[in-house]
Design a protein around this ligand. Sequence first.
Ligand SMILES: [Zn+2]
Length: 479
Amino acid sequence: MAQDRRGLTPQGEDFSAWYNELVVRAQLVDRGPVKGTMVIRPYGFRIWELLQADLDRRIKETGHDNAYFPLLIPESYLKREAEHVEGFSPELAVVTHAGGKELEEPLVVRPTSETIIGEMMSKWISSYRDLPLLLNQWANIVRWELRPRMFLRTTEFLWQEGHTAHADEADAMRETMLALDLYEHVAREVAAIPVITGEKTPGERFAGAVRTYTIEGMMRDGRALQSGTSHYLGTNFAKAFEIRYSSEAGALELCHTTSWGMSTRMIGGVIMAHGDDQGLVLPPRLAPYQVVIVPIGRGDDAEGVARAAGQLADRLRQAGIRVHVDERPQVSSGYKFNDWELKGVPLRLELGPRDLAAGTALMARRLSDGKEPISLETAPEVVEDALTEFQAFLLRRATEFRDGHLLTVDQWGEFQEAVSTGWARAFHCGNSACEDDIKAETTATPRCIPLDGAEESGQCVRCDRPSAYGKRIVFARAY
Ligand SMILES: [Zn+2]
């Protein structure tokens, strides 16, 4: 096998190196020929498909319809919303030539679709009866990246973007919070990441939004990963694109719009929230293979063991479990064990002639030493229970880790220490120059004003001015 068998760089030695090696070695991605682009390999893409299927189901269940809008957007559209174009300009890829000629108007490769969807909304909405308009798009996005990182920051990535239009602020805010809630549930229930939800401070807002909300996950190096955002756009895009409706009373009113997105970045979150020095640790709900069966039989035993492994796999599949039988004859069982450990498979079943004679298989769990015999007869139920247990264990472990690394601090020294290994909950004055100063000193940034934080006030942890948000806000170094 061409694969490099040396161990991964340990997380404690160099977390970045660990991550960069793992995404390639576990065959999730490879580098694309254009700087900052990634090829998502089948094993990585299956994780995305599983996440996507779950999120898509939730999006549809909450009344949204999928649609698709063009990749190419007239440059003039972006210029219609001043803050939006200012925010996105440095990251735009622009098509200036096509069909062998210079274009009259350059075309932007979509960095997000508020503008083109806003343009279409203005055509589709005329009366209060057309509202709310609840759309979602699954698409690829291009934002030029100078410091690319697989899954976390790539020039092209995949996501869903929800875009909705409403009659008033109250309805649009309900939608903004509904999308945030959806993301929180996906992160917690599917990815086993106990995110903190909150509002972004003005300096961290989406370009063109009135309010931006976020889910923030803690990675095992203590850094934060913004894993999904939901924006209340007010009437900013409605003004720029003339998204208006006639009210019941006959007056012409501006719509209030929202947008919200979750992307392939979430896979980076899963890797960094659960992985260890041996490799990936995948939550069963996102694992391409929840169980791998390794048949162990040589010579005369081989055929019987292989047959039994196939039958066991069929029974597990019938129970709705994603299972793979590793029959590769070229590699040893030990090699296979390491390989599936690297790839984060939650459960491994070993099946040898002696197990077969006893009517059992040996079950090994990712993250625990030792193996236990399980009865072949009841294997589907036992495996199903073990997967449920493993999913819950990962969430519990990640929650304990987060709570142990989220410190409430009042002194600057404590703050510096807290953000060097985890997150800090502290008072802040709300001043952007003070945010910049904190960032320059510690590289930490305000992650969010948590929704569930207690109402309290005090002095800014950095400059002693009065706190601005009526509660402590969360600071962390972030990806
Ligand atoms: Zn301050």
